[in-house]
Ligand binder design. Structure first.
Ligand SMILES: *[C@@H]1O[C@H](CO)[C@@H](O)[C@H](O)[C@H]1NC(C)=O
Length: 321
């Protein structure tokens, strides 16, 4: 009996060790790795576990602090008759989609305060701002209209870039217009996302508008994945898993919500001074934090929230490496 128990314990230990050593390899090798890791919630936090050299560590689960009623409160108008994706989005889809990424720190990075919760609010702020139809609401809360869409409406374009015909050839009869929680466009983005998530999005881009879990998965993949090698992801710049270099500092890029807009939208939004697109995302972020019960001070000063004076990581005018 006793022997059996210690054998079991030893086995458990071996498994734990395997998990830990794999974590280290993943964490150091590929930052923001995504996709294909199975559904199970990992016991640790890959590359980010407590006790490591990092000042941050990962604990708990998003569902520990973010529940259905909060989701409902953030997106309270999404099923109103004016909305365009009635009964599509729900809390469970978000949680299911985040499952693969929580072990990599999505919503689970801890700083002893509200970091995980703030990251969820920040991610959802991007989502809410991109999928809002708040302008349609003449009255009421304009910030309560996130997740009003799940796809771009009335798009005349097929968003097929022939430059990628060898890597990501466009399928006949389909269009790669904006779909999802953080809408993606173009065959090459559908191709990349599909490869990471092991779903054939190139031939079936419509899957994103039919499946809310997938729609959130693509968005979280985008959040967790650097656009280019040697660049941080939106997740990295938000949780502080990114050390600005001298040139970052000269370019006024500092960790925080502002830098997430820089990663995702570059000079379409950042380095343009105060502008509506940027301020709309910031407003969503502050609104969500408030609804989640986090005090305004926790969001940090405007210079951290904003990217008004940041130079883009990837300037759109030049073909920088
Ligand atoms: C929706 O997408 C998820 C995640 O990719 C997948 O596991 C699930 O099977 C899909 N559901 C349907 C009905 O296709």
């Amino acid at each position: 009996m006793e022997n059996q128990r210690s054998a079991l314990l030893a086995m458990g230990f071996t498994i734990l060790m395997l998990v830990i050593s794999r974590s280290v390899a993943v964490g150091q090798g590929i930052k923001g790795i995504v996709g294909g890791t199975g559904r199970a919630r990992s016991p640790g936090c890959k590359g980010y576990a407590c006790g490591g050299s990092s000042s941050h560590c990962c604990i708990g689960a998003i569902s520990d602090y973010f529940q259905t009623n909060q989701f409902e409160s953030l997106f309270s108008k999404r099923n109103s008759p004016l909305a365009h994706a009635l009964h599509f989005w729900d809390y469970n889809s978000f949680i299911a989609a985040s499952d693969d990424y929580q072990p990599y720190g999505f919503g689970t990075a801890a700083d002893g305060k509200f970091l995980g919760l703030k990251e969820v609010a920040a991610f959802l702020a991007h989502v809410g701002s991109k999928t809002s139809c708040g302008y349609e609401a003449a009255t009421g809360e304009p910030l309560a209209w996130g997740l009003c869409y799940n796809k771009e409406m009335n798009s005349g374009s097929s968003y097929c870039d022939e430059n990628y015909k060898h890597t990501y050839p466009c399928a006949p009869g389909v269009a790669y217009y904006g779909r999802g929680a953080l809408p993606i466009y173009w065959n090459y983005n559908y191709g990349e996302a599909g490869k990471a998530l092991k779903v054939d999005l190139l031939n079936h881009p419509e899957h994103i508008e039919q499946n809310a879990t997938l729609a959130f998965q693509v968005a979280i993949w985008r959040w967790m994945t650097p656009l280019k090698e040697h660049q941080p992801s939106a997740h990295d710049v938000f949780v502080g898993f990114w050390e600005p270099t001298k040139s970052d500092t000269l370019a006024k890029r500092i960790p925080g919500f502002g830098a997430t807009m820089n990663v995702l939208y570059g000079d379409h939004v950042c380095g343009q001074g105060e502008n509506e697109a940027m301020n709309n995302m910031i407003s969503h972020y502050l609104y969500y934090l408030r609804r989640m019960g986090v005090a305004r001070e926790e969001a940090g000063p405007h210079e951290v929230l904003s990217c008004a004076h940041q130079v883009a990581f990837n300037p759109s005018s030049s073909s920088s490496p």
